[in-house]
Design a protein around this ligand. Sequence first.
Ligand SMILES: Cc1cc2nc3c(=O)[nH]c(=O)nc-3n(C[C@H](O)[C@H](O)[C@H](O)COP(=O)(O)O)c2cc1C
Length: 134
Amino acid sequence: MRSVAYVSQAVGQWNDDDFEGLLETSRRRNTDDAISGLLIFCRGYFLQVVEGADEQVSGLIERIRADQRHSDIEMIYESDIDDRVFPQWSMGFEKVDSETLVQKVLAPAVDRGLIAPEVVREALIERFLTNQSA
Ligand SMILES: Cc1cc2nc3c(=O)[nH]c(=O)nc-3n(C[C@H](O)[C@H](O)[C@H](O)COP(=O)(O)O)c2cc1C
């Protein structure tokens, strides 16, 4: 199995319907494709982790890359995995503030060796925490 994580910037202002529409499609598709994962939205940016069989994950990443609802997609993590980190979630979703992102998501991920500290610093901290306009 493969696990992939990326960050991207949401295009435009997202309202509740936008999130609901995205999650509905994602959860249905992911259930069919046996993909699990997590989607975090923070200050106009997405952080997503997807995990599943290689072929399903690469197919999903292709669709996600082509999706005009976000831009500046940057892969931050990619690895072969034996076990899922989010087996119970077809796509867990959480809107968080910057503090929560760091304390509840990034720090535990680094502690578990899921994301290298330098990746967090460069790809995430810069985007999520220093972009005051987002
Ligand atoms: C931030 C973001 C996360 C997404 N996550 C998923 C996902 O986990 N699963 C999924 O099937 N589609 C996801 N999508 C939607 C896909 O890009 C695509 O629209 C959807 O899979 C339907 O693809 P299709 O119209 O080519 O069939 C996501 C889109 C965005 C913008």
